[in-house]
Design a protein. Structure first.
Length: 138
């Protein structure tokens, strides 16, 4: 019983340390991406992620909720973000022909160009932060 309890405790300790390392890496990456993407490309991290998902998905229309789910934002936060991207000319919104209440979002040529310019910055930042390092110590 003692050995099982000790192993469980070690496993929990490892999980907690791993979780804290994930949180720290995420915070470091988010801050660095916000700074670098804003300074170099006038994009926020979430704005870049929306453009990235749209580019990866090919030339198609996206519902706002579909984008929100993909980038882990609420629908209202995603709607505000899309409004900023639309104002910047990076996406366009169209009303769904079938369901007039539905809105589709499409990436524009300018959106493709801004994404292509920002992608190397994004990859450099995450590559630096998530480069292999020492294993987690318990």
């Amino acid at each position: 019983m003692f050995m099982h309890g000790m192993l469980r405790s070690m496993s929990e300790e490892y999980a907690v340390r791993a979780w804290r390392e994930v949180l720290a890496k995420h915070a470091t990456a988010a801050c660095a991406l916000e700074r670098e993407l804003a300074e170099r490309h006038q994009l926020g991290m979430s704005e870049f992620e929306v453009l990235e998902r749209m580019v990866e998905g090919g030339e198609r229309k996206y519902r706002v909720q579909e984008i929100a789910d993909a980038v882990h934002l609420s629908q209202s936060a995603c709607s505000r973000l899309i409004a900023r991207l639309e104002k910047a000319g990076l996406v366009s919104r169209d009303i769904c022909d079938v369901d007039r209440r539905g809105i589709f979002v499409c990436i524009t040529e300018e959106g493709h160009a801004r994404h292509a310019a920002a992608q190397p910055t994004h990859r450099a930042v995450i590559g630096e932060i998530f480069a292999p390092s020492e294993p987690i110590r318990v």
